[in-house]
Write a protein that binds this ligand. Structure first.
Ligand SMILES: C[S@@+](CC[C@H](N)C(=O)[O-])C[C@H]1O[C@@H](n2cnc3c(N)ncnc32)[C@H](O)[C@@H]1O
Length: 257
């Protein structure tokens, strides 16, 4: 395994560029393989969904906007579509960011959508719970994951997490969900979410955050960066590793008791 640069506080930062010991051409080829030309359609489709959610949110509220998205589009971000290679590749790479060799007792996938990531987590955890604000997503995720006896789903809101979940997990994963919180997404709101997510973790637990990231000047990527900073700067977390790849950012954070 290639050694990654480590900062004074022990955080490992892993960028998309060639890693030490990796030849330029080989590295470029490995990075290029994750996408096919058809994947451009994925980004167009996601933009259409996001535009509709933005409109519905103003008309019918946050939860109903996501229920509408699942009701109208079925798979609003094409997360389970065979047509696009990128999503599956990304889910696999996100799971690869978990501490190598560690097995988890109980994992929570917050904002699980159709449960594509939840079922991948099933290989690393004795039990996985997926939670989403949209009951329509939860129902479909449960149907898709029927063969995985230790994966279950429930409806719930990141902004109103039940207290009976506190301390129940040694892994919380949140992928591409927090930038959908109702605007304005202020630093205070994000700090509150980070603290509440920390409550869910048992001692020794970890949080894995993943959010889309294109480039530093892009407003949506800046929001992703603010989300990750709110967690990294929380006294309840220590940032262990940050990985940036096309087109996402992943942070692995240790829970601080
Ligand atoms: C882009 S999808 C990501 C789904 C999944 N994490 C994945 O990577 O495939 C965003 C999901 O966040 C859910 N969501 C939005 N706001 C939420 C909230 N406040 N609490 C829980 N889930 C929420 C949506 O219903 C949607 O399923």
């Amino acid at each position: 395994m290639v050694a990654l640069p480590e900062t004074a506080n022990g955080t490992v930062t892993d960028r998309a560029g060639p890693q030490p010991g990796e030849r330029g051409l080989r590295a470029r080829w490995r990075r290029a393989r994750f996408m096919a030309p058809a994947d451009i359609g994925l980004f167009l489709r996601s933009a259409k969904t996001d535009g509709a959610i933005g409109r519905w949110r103003g008309e019918v509220g946050q939860r109903a906007a996501f229920e509408n998205a699942y009701g109208t589009f079925g798979d609003p971000w094409a997360s389970g579509s065979d047509r696009y290679r990128y999503q599956g590749w990304k889910y696999d790479r996100v799971v690869d960011c978990l501490p190598p060799g560690r097995r988890f007792s109980r994992a929570l996938d917050l904002g699980c959508g159709l449960g594509l990531l939840s079922t991948r987590l099933a290989a690393r955890a004795d039990a996985v719970v997926g939670m989403d604000i949209a009951q329509a997503a939860v129902d479909r995720a449960a149907a898709r994951a029927a063969a995985h006896a230790h994966v279950s789903f429930r409806q719930g809101d990141v902004l109103d997490l039940p207290r009976d979940l506190d301390g129940q997990f040694d892994l919380v994963v949140i992928a591409d969900t927090l930038y959908y919180l109702p605007p304005p997404i202020t630093p205070a709101l994000l700090k509150g979410v980070a603290a509440r997510v920390a409550d869910l973790l048992a001692p020794g637990g970890v949080c894995l955050l993943a959010n889309h990231y294109f480039f530093a000047a892009d407003p949506e990527s800046r929001l992703s960066r603010r989300i990750h900073e709110a967690f990294a700067w929380s006294p309840r977390f220590h940032l262990v590793r940050e990985s940036r790849r096309p087109f996402y950012l992943v942070s692995l954070l240790d829970h601080q008791p």
